[in-house]
Design a protein around this ligand. Structure first.
Ligand code: URA
Length: 425
């Protein structure tokens, strides 16, 4: 087989054969026989011409087969996970993983670190003193059986073809393609060995997908892929125009997740956590009421056990940044929005996120929203509190925040966070 023929077939709008897909992915992942420029040409052809459903399912399968698929069959709890396409202030995994574990499931959440303006779950967990993201498969299985929840770093052996393709897409303008995003996410999630998966597909200014039509199409593509691979999969399309909750930044978000686990926390974070947990419980076949389990304090106990099992110590206190700066309202009126993208980019400038994957992140940096959409404010009243390790970071964050909090006369109706649920794509 020749790489050129595969590229030309997709360039001319044909469905790739299963043999072409298997050969291309396994050869590109495994050796240097296919040059990066040829793989780049193929992903650009996919970007431009798309993929049919069964072609995409096969492509994803080839990416899974490029590495290991974890075998969690020895665990006698039903396995279920969630994946979010990434939002600002999205600390939901810290709540939902222990919540589902407390409902009786095993949740094998393997993730990566954050890049750009949306934070990664591992970065948040690593704000907890002593907590360690690296686990062997044997440790993971043991913790899934005994406690039910694991949040850990994904090993390099899961879907290695994705790592190579993603790096290539990043530098060739081919990230924003529904089949390529869907196969990238689903290859990693299916490889982690879960039987069921709820996807949180974000839409809005702070999300990867800015409009509902694209978010809906991505959600349906991912649900079809999951179901084609025997994973019970559904998707919630959820709003990401405003910051989720009030805390953005690693340790700040851990604190907010702890508030929710303790029975408090912002209403939107609670609502989304419960909606996702209900869907996960349904997919896992559990007869549990996540809202009641959350209220009982059982999820907090499970989170504490998960943290301790991985060397973390919540009693040691969370790090906080030494410098603070207040941003005030420019006029009087009603807060129309707390724009997620502006706040995410500002938190990133403060040190909460990274520009390159090898950069460190600050555990304490971030932003606390002191008001919510719909609140009435007076000119000069504090609306945001910025946290940084280094005062020099404030200037760029303040520039990024220009226009982040529009103030007007219109009353703001709280919009439900879940826009639609897709079970049958
Ligand atoms: N996240 C992924 O894992 N892959 C993509 O292609 C986009 C977002």
């Amino acid at each position: 087989m020749r790489a050129l023929d595969v590229i030309v077939a997709k360039r001319d709008g044909h469905r790739l054969t299963d043999e072409q897909i298997d050969w291309f992915i396994s050869t590109y992942a495994g050796s240097e026989v296919i040059a990066d420029e040829q793989a780049a040409a193929l992903v650009m052809a996919i970007f431009l011409n798309g993929m049919e459903d069964d072609e995409l399912a096969h492509w994803t399968g080839a990416m899974i087969d490029s590495g290991d698929r974890l075998d969690l069959s020895s665990i006698d709890r039903p396995t279920v996970d969630k994946h979010s396409t990434g939002g600002v202030g999205d600390k939901i995994s810290l709540i939902v993983v222990p919540l589902l574990a407390a409902c009786g499931a095993a949740v094998p959440q393997l993730s990566g670190r954050g890049l750009g303006h949306t934070g990664g779950t591992l970065d948040k967990m690593e704000a907890i003193p002593g907590w360690n993201a690296q686990m062997s498969l044997a440790q993971m299985r043991e913790q899934l059986q005994s406690i039910g929840g694991v949040i850990a770093g994904a090993s390099a052996s899961l879907a290695p073809a994705d790592r190579k393709l993603y790096a290539l897409r990043d530098v060739t303008g081919t990230v924003e393609s529904i089949p390529l995003i869907a196969s990238s996410i689903m290859s990693k999630k299916i490889a982690e060995g879960t039987d069921a998966l709820t996807l949180d597909v974000k839409v809005g200014s702070g999300a990867f997908m800015g409009d509902l039509a694209s978010a809906d199409a991505l959600a349906r593509a991912m649900v079809r892929i999951g179901q084609a691979h025997g994973v019970a999969t559904s998707a919630l399309v959820t709003r990401m125009d405003d910051v989720l909750g009030v805390a953005v930044g690693n340790a700040l978000e851990v604190r907010e997740a702890l508030d929710v686990l303790a029975g408090g926390g912002p209403a939107d974070v609670v609502a989304l956590s419960v909606a996702l947990a209900e869907d996960m419980a349904r997919l896992a076949g559990l007869d549990a009421d996540p809202a009641a389990v959350l209220a009982s304090g059982a999820a907090m106990e499970t989170f504490d056990a998960m943290v301790r099992a991985q060397g973390g110590d919540l009693e040691a206190g969370l790090p906080s940044a030494p410098h603070r700066r207040i941003v005030v309202a420019g006029s009087s009126g009603i807060v129309q929005a707390i724009d997620a993208r502006h706040v995410g980019v500002a938190a990133w400038h403060l040190g909460a996120g990274r520009a390159r994957k090898e950069d460190p992140v600050s555990a304490g940096a971030g932003i606390m929203c002191l008001v919510r959409p719909g609140d009435t404010v007076a000119a000069g009243e504090p609306v945001l509190e910025l946290h940084a390790d280094d005062e020099e970071r404030f200037a760029r964050a303040e520039i990024a925040l220009e226009g982040a909090i529009p103030i007007g006369d219109e009353p703001v109706d709280p919009s439900p966070v879940v826009i639609e649920t897709i079970t049958d794509p």
